[in-house]
Design a protein around this ligand. Structure first.
Ligand code: NAD
Ligand code: DAU
Length: 348
């Protein structure tokens, strides 16, 4: 039995990773460490909470004393590190929270891992989950590869870039075996409705304006979250030590085109006449430092590990909309209270 620590497992991507690992690997004991910030939600994991190879621990990665004692107690063989502040707009308003969690929190985990194994790292692995935003922005052409220079533009991406550098530095300096993956925009069930797709689904349900930043001609490369979890499984179990893997959907969309597709699918599912939801589109003030275009070259993970997305965007979007329509209680829980304050401050 291996003890695997997954951080941020109550969040959007983390909950899909926890579910996949708990169900696929009875020989791994999965410890899910999460501070349950506004983005963490144990409702995401109801179906796995009774499993024998699963333990939830509420705790904060920025608390070094707590992290050291946790590693001492459980002697984790591997870490899959997803816990982070993850929303760009929040990072523009409160950059220090991102420095603390994303940089300091990552260093605390690296330090604790280094200390318990004391240079004897055989069969051990530290897997850091990062983002394509560390590469900055593309122009109208080109793709991010694993060797694209880091050039982050937001406090969020700068904090993720810094944490990637620390993981590499701990690998080079102390010999910690690591892998890093940099993924494009995820969408799917359980995503907190501050990010584009779930925010707009929620607003369409409630006939609220759809706030498109700037002219809407920004491009993102979208990947269904379960395909990201499958990629994480492969990189964790088969990826080469000290390697980076880019993960993306081969699926670029301009925001405005994506929003129009979403509106059309929602009209159909809600039984509204075609064109009703599109009328909610409202162009609003742009995000400062808004990256024009992200697009991932995922050929390395495809050719070396045999990964590719399993659903088309239209299918994934349909599954996502269905999930939100079938889980209105989840949506109501996460959009009450604090969410209303956030929404007011961000959009009015
Ligand atoms: P999320 O915001 O949905 O979840 C983050 C989780 O981390 C939450 O459960 C939260 O409670 C937990 N957390 C936050 N601060 C913590 C702390 N101090 N201690 C312990 N737990 C803490 O994020 P997500 O979208 O699921 O992203 C997960 C990871 O994947 C992040 O590292 C993010 O940078 C990366 N990533 C996200 C995307 C995307 O499109 N969402 C794409 C590429 C990479
Ligand atoms: O690329 C990976 C990254 O994708 C992850 O590392 C981040 O954690 C994740 O949040 C996401 O970042 P983005 O900033 O690209 O995602 P977001 O959903 O916030 O925005 C997607 C696009 O939609 C972006 O161009 C901004 C635009 N947008 C977003 C919101 C919330 C709007 O036009 N209106 C909005 O209200």
């Amino acid at each position: 039995m291996k003890n695997i620590l997954i951080t941020g497992g109550a969040g959007f991507i983390g909950s899909h990773v926890v579910r996949l690992f708990v169900n696929s690997y009875p020989n791994y004991h999965i410890f899910n460490l999460d501070a349950l910030t506004y983005a963490g939600n144990l409702e995401n994991l109801k179906d796995v909470e009774q499993k024998q190879n699963y333990t939830f621990i509420k705790g904060d990665i920025t608390d070094a004393t707590f992290i050291n004692s946790l590693f001492e107690a459980h002697q984790f063989d591997a870490v899959i590190h997803l816990a982070a502040e993850s929303h760009v707009d929040r990072s523009i308003k409160e950059p220090l929270a991102f420095v603390k969690t994303n940089i300091l929190g990552t260093i605390n985990l690296l330090e604790a891992f280094k200390t318990i194994w004391n240079h004897d790292f055989s069969e051990k692995r530290f897997y850091h989950i990062s983002t394509d935003e560390v590469y900055g922005t593309l122009g109208d052409t080109g793709l991010f590869t694993e060797t694209t220079a880091y050039n982050p533009n937001s406090p969020y991406s700068a904090s993720k870039a810094s944490s990637d550098h620390f993981v590499r530095a701990y690998g080079e300096t102390y010999g910690i075996p690591y892998v890093i993956s940099n993924c494009s925009n995820n969408y799917g069930p359980n995503q907190f409705p501050e990010k584009l797709i779930p925010l707009f689904i929620n607003n369409i349900i409630n006939n609220k304006p759809l706030p498109v930043y700037g002219d809407g001609n920004y491009t993102r490369d979208w990947l269904y979250v379960i395909d990201h979890a499958r990629a994480i499984d492969l990189v964790f179990n088969k990826g080469e030590n000290k390697e980076t893997y880019n993960i993306g959907g081969f699926n670029e969309w301009k925001n405005i085109d994506l929003v129009k597709l979403l509106c059309a699918q929602m009209d159909k599912k809600l039984g509204r006449s075609l064109g009703i939801s599109e009328k909610l589109i409202t162009y609003v003030k742009d995000r400062p430092g808004h990256d024009l275009r992200y697009a991932i070259d995922a050929s390395k993970i495809k050719s070396e590990l045999g990964w590719q997305p399993s659903v088309t965007f239209e299918e994934g979007l349909g599954l996502t909309i269905n999930w939100y329509l079938e889980n209105k209680e989840w949506l109501n829980h996460v959009t009450s209270g604090e969410y209303q304050d956030y929404y007011e401050k961000q959009y009015t």
